[in-house]
Design a protein around this ligand. Structure first.
Ligand code: HEC
Length: 144
């Protein structure tokens, strides 16, 4: 009986360790993705500042749209502890969090339209409209 009980404890402990490991993977994957998004924004800034057409960023913008459409799913319940700056507000106000992500998607869709259009001034204006949506989410849902 004691053996069975101990085996049960061992299985539970393994389950907890596996869950912690899985959350660690989720956190590092979403952080790497967000870092990449930041790099994309920086790469586009040089062209936006110079009022370039931005056409070469079509694939980049498409990737960003896909990423932000899937962003809320990268924050499963339980992934708020560990090596992360995610704030508990993400889960207490999940509707607001999803809305903040949707705002970024909307501005990226406008950026895609501008990039396809090939007008430098339009690309610059559309690029400048994306950043504030990043900041808006960070202010409420990300620790400093
Ligand atoms: C819906 C909310 C939300 C939006 C929109 C958002 N972010 Fe974030 N961002 C976060 C959260 C939350 C974190 C912290 C993630 C963590 O530490 O687990 C973060 C972290 C980051 C990081 C740090 C990644 C690292 O190295 O740990 C960068 C860079 C970043 N975001 C860039 C951006 C850019 C650029 C945009 C806009 C194009 C953007 N974010 C839009 C919520 C958001």
């Amino acid at each position: 009986m004691k053996k069975i009980w101990l085996a049960g404890i061992a299985v539970l402990a393994m389950g907890a360790a596996t869950a912690a490991w899985a959350q660690g993977e989720v956190i590092s994957a979403r952080r790497a993705g967000l870092k990449r998004m930041g790099e994309h924004m920086t790469a586009m800034k040089a062209v936006a500042d110079a009022r370039g057409a931005g056409t070469q960023f079509n694939a980049t913008i498409e990737e960003m749209i896909n990423f932000y459409q899937g962003l809320p799913a990268r924050f499963p319940v339980g992934s708020g502890t560990g090596d992360t700056k995610a704030l508990p507000t993400i889960w207490s106000d999940s509707v607001g969090f999803s809305g903040a992500s949707a705002d970024t998607v909307a501005k990226l869709q406008a950026l895609r339209t501008a990039a396809v259009g090939g007008d430098g001034a339009a690309f610059q204006a559309a690029w400048q409209a994306v950043g504030p949506t990043c900041g808006a989410c960070h202010r409420t849902y990300r620790a400093r």
